[in-house]
Design a protein around this ligand. Structure first.
Ligand code: SF4
Ligand code: ZN
Length: 297
């Protein structure tokens, strides 16, 4: 039997176990978009004059962020939206033409930068050299720098990321499991030269983002990265999904914890600066120089 929407008489498309509501397509969309707008207001993520670079992977989350931003702010003449994508050089996985196609459909320009042109190596070559055990930490650190560099070059004022509630909860949990108190407590104060990141979907569960994308986005790609099995994230994801099944508010609780720790006393704002070696904006030690030293020897 198809359940009926808790707000009207149409067939429900989703059950939210944390709110106890069944929602139809229309009420789900309104609820989803309403919560994203609320997150944007809460964090004051958008203002007049913003040039938003949407960091796209071609997958469901970032494609849905682009769709949402265009739908909601596309008519605002004081806000500009475009797409950026980073080609790490992972054969069979990363394909910038997928992003270009999706961006094209929403009438936005897509700009690409690659590991190869920045560091002289693709991620595949790094893995060949160093083995694939640390592929994700190298990839994450290097991507962050290339993405920021591209956004600076394009005059972006914000970088919009596709992270959802599950991603955010996993990140908090991973910092806990690594014992990384510095990351948990680090305040998100502006760093000169580092474009602020906004995460419109950070309070929306992955399955709701998946449903939203499924309803509104044509041909996004969900290919798996061949190195993703190495990530601590994959273990944490499984652990949290299992636990969250019995305790539906857990992911929200973790994200709240992450935000609370950053806002509370004890954060260190003094370490923002410029790396003496590469000249890029950094917090504390430069992650990019550390990784490059490690992989280039
Ligand atoms: Fe990079 Fe790891 Fe993501 Fe693959 S799974 S794209 S290696 S961070
Ligand atoms: Zn309804």
């Amino acid at each position: 039997m198809v359940m009926k929407c808790s707000k009207c008489n149409r067939d429900a498309v989703i059950f939210q176990n944390y709110s106890g509501m069944h929602l139809c397509r229309e009420h789900f969309t309104a609820d989803f978009e309403g919560r994203v707008k609320k997150a944007i207001r809460k964090h004051k993520w958008l203002s007049s004059g913003d040039r938003i670079a949407v960091a796209m992977s071609g997958g469901k989350d970032s494609s849905a962020v682009l769709y949402f931003l265009k739908k909601t702010f596309g008519d605002r003449r004081d806000i500009e939206i475009f797409a950026v994508t980073i080609d790490e050089g992972i054969k069979g996985y990363r394909d910038p033409s997928v992003v270009e196609k999706i961006a094209g459909r929403y009438g936005v320009k897509c700009h690409t930068a690659s590991f190869k042109e920045h560091f002289g190596l693709t991620l595949d070559e790094i893995v060949q050299k160093k083995g694939d055990r640390n592929s994700c930490s190298y990839c994450g650190v290097l991507r962050r720098q290339v993405l920021n560099g591209l956004a600076v070059k394009l005059g972006a004022t914000k970088i919009a990321m596709g992270f959802n509630l599950d991603d955010e909860a996993q990140s908090v949990m991973m910092n806990v499991l690594r014992g990384d108190s510095e990351r948990l407590l680090r305040k998100q104060s502006p760093v000169p030269g580092m474009i602020p990141r906004i995460k419109p979907f950070m309070y929306l569960p992955e399955r709701e983002v998946a449903l939203y994308s499924h309803m509104y986005i044509e041909d996004y790609e969900e290919r798996g990265c061949p190195y993703s099995h190495n990530a601590l994230r994959a273990d944490v994801r499984e652990l949290l999904n299992d636990y969250n099944y019995r305790h539906p508010a857990t992911k929200y609780a973790l994200v709240n914890l992450g935000e609370g720790l950053k806002e509370g006393p004890g954060g260190d704002e003094t370490k923002a600066g410029i790396c003496k070696v590469c000249g890029e904006p950094v917090f504390g030690e430069c992650g990019t120089c550390r990784v490059l030293k490690e992989i280039l020897g």
